[in-house]
Write a protein that binds this ligand. Structure first.
Ligand SMILES: NC(=O)c1ccc[n+]([C@@H]2O[C@H](COP(=O)([O-])OP(=O)(O)OC[C@H]3O[C@@H](n4cnc5c(N)ncnc54)[C@H](O)[C@@H]3O)[C@@H](O)[C@H]2O)c1
Ligand SMILES: [Fe+2]
Length: 403
């Protein structure tokens, strides 16, 4: 356990952090929702006086034909475009610079991201790069995107990161095995479309992993000490939607209602964690992901039950409330029973999705550096319910060693 004085210091620091967050002027994106709402977004963009729009996406989205209707709508509306489709999962500085070259060569004055969190994050940094004459790495960290970004529109095709409604963009640095988040109010998209029709071809394993990422956002925001009533409402609705729709979306990919509900859940969870923050699940998962190249959602899904179990002594009442809101566990169960039932439900979902409770590539010798990097990430950023010291973090991570 951390020294009592240190815990007190962190609690006071986080209380101040919460007050600051509560008054930050978030400018939430205008949101279009429903099947084919991406076309409403295109028509909205056409009224904004842009000369040429850069579409930032990945090759898979192009190959699946997910851009076609949007491109036809752009042509109809007289909106010119160029395409950069070089984004790969966990975008790097090199991909962002390549995207920026396409933007500059085509004289684009707005950006449309179509894809998962990787495409949206890359698009944020490409837009920011167009306004800030400094290296991408220098824009990572807190509030370092000084000159803002070009107008950015987002169409998420996973549900997901919620990046269409967050002030974050995660940049990967493969050489240093690091993931560097940039966080700045100026990274908020201008408008977004939650179009479940674009998600019906998402393969089950990506549906599961990205859905568990959204669940992690909702749960970590709800158990955060920085949770507020406005984040609680969103976190609860997101958790309910995920508990009621993720398994259906996994089983029946073409179920448009389940897809649309998951798109909404991911969005609401994004609003919740933008204000209340995430926690140790993300801190550990980011460091797994950067070292072993585990997809973000999958890493979160593996880590979440272990961290929630550790957090139980302080988080049981909040986890029990989530269980009650979702009808999980015995109606007359104690707080402890309900909280445990909630964690068990997450384990059961992982089992159904074929997500293991251990991480195949995890090595004993990597545990101390992963633990210290996770603690460093969390220390002044995440208002976690129960703090870990180095030993506790290593203990939690060690539970994920393959047998
Ligand atoms: N900015 C934020 O607030 C935030 C929050 C959480 C995570 N992230 C970051 O987002 C990234 C992960 O994003 P992600 O989980 O959405 O995955 P992703 O964007 O990396 O996409 C994963 C895979 O799914 C494919 N795909 C996407 N949509 C598809 C569709 N509709 N049909 C078929 N295939 C499709 C992609 O081609 C890709 O191969 C990570 O880098 C993570 O760190 C950002
Ligand atoms: Fe996440």
């Amino acid at each position: 356990m951390l020294h009592t004085l240190e815990v007190m210091f962190l609690r006071v620091y986080m209380a101040i952090f919460k007050l600051v967050t509560a008054v930050l002027p978030f400018k939430w994106p205008q949101t279009f929702e429903g099947a084919d709402s991406s076309l409403n977004l295109i028509n909205h963009m056409a009224t904004q006086g842009h000369k040429r729009v850069l579409i930032v996406t990945d090759e898979m989205i192009v190959k699946l034909g997910l851009l076609e209707k949007m491109l036809a709508e752009m042509d109809k509306a007289g909106l010119e475009h160029a395409i950069y489709d070089g984004v790969k999962p966990d975008p790097t500085v090199a991909q962002i610079e390549a995207g920026h070259r396409v933007l500059a060569d085509n004289d684009c004055d707005a950006v449309l991201a179509v894809g998962g969190g990787s495409s949206i994050d890359a698009a944020k940094m490409i837009s920011a790069r167009a306004k800030n004459q400094k290296p991408i790495i220098k824009m990572t960290g807190l509030f370092r995107v000084w000159r803002g970004m070009l107008p950015l529109y987002a169409v998420p095709t996973t549900a997901g990161t919620g990046s269409e409604v967050t002030i974050a963009a995660v940049v990967s640095d493969p050489e240093q095995q690091r993931k560097l988040p940039a966080m700045d109010l100026k990274l908020m998209p201008t408008a977004a479309a939650l179009d479940g029709a674009l998600m019906t071809g998402l393969p089950p394993h990506i549906t599961a992993a990205t859905g568990m990422d959204a669940l992690t956002h909702a749960v970590e925001a709800y158990v955060s000490r920085n949770a507020m009533s406005r984040t609680d409402e969103r976190a609860i609705e997101a958790t309910q939607l995920i508990m009621r729709n993720l398994e259906t979306a996994f089983d029946e990919g073409s179920n448009i209602e389940a897809r649309q509900n998951m798109a909404r859940a991911s969005h609401l969870a994004g609003i919740a964690f933008t204000q209340a923050g995430v926690g140790y699940v993300h801190a550990i998962a980011h460091n797994f992901g950067a070292r072993y190249h585990v997809p973000h959602g999958l890493a979160n899904a593996i880590v979440m039950p272990h961290v929630l179990e550790y957090s139980l002594p302080n988080a049981a009442p909040r986890l029990a409330e989530l269980a009650r809101e979702c009808g999980i566990g015995p109606a007359d169960g104690s707080e402890q029973q309900l909280a445990e039932a909630f964690i068990q439900k997450i384990r059961d979902m992982n089992t159904k999705f074929g997500i293991p409770s251990t991480l195949e590539s995890l090595q004993e010798r990597d545990i101390p550096p992963i633990a210290s990097a996770a603690l460093a990430e969390a220390r002044f950023t995440y208002a976690v319910p129960r703090y870990m010291d180095q030993g506790a973090a290593e203990g939690v991570i060690r539970q994920m060693l393959p047998a």
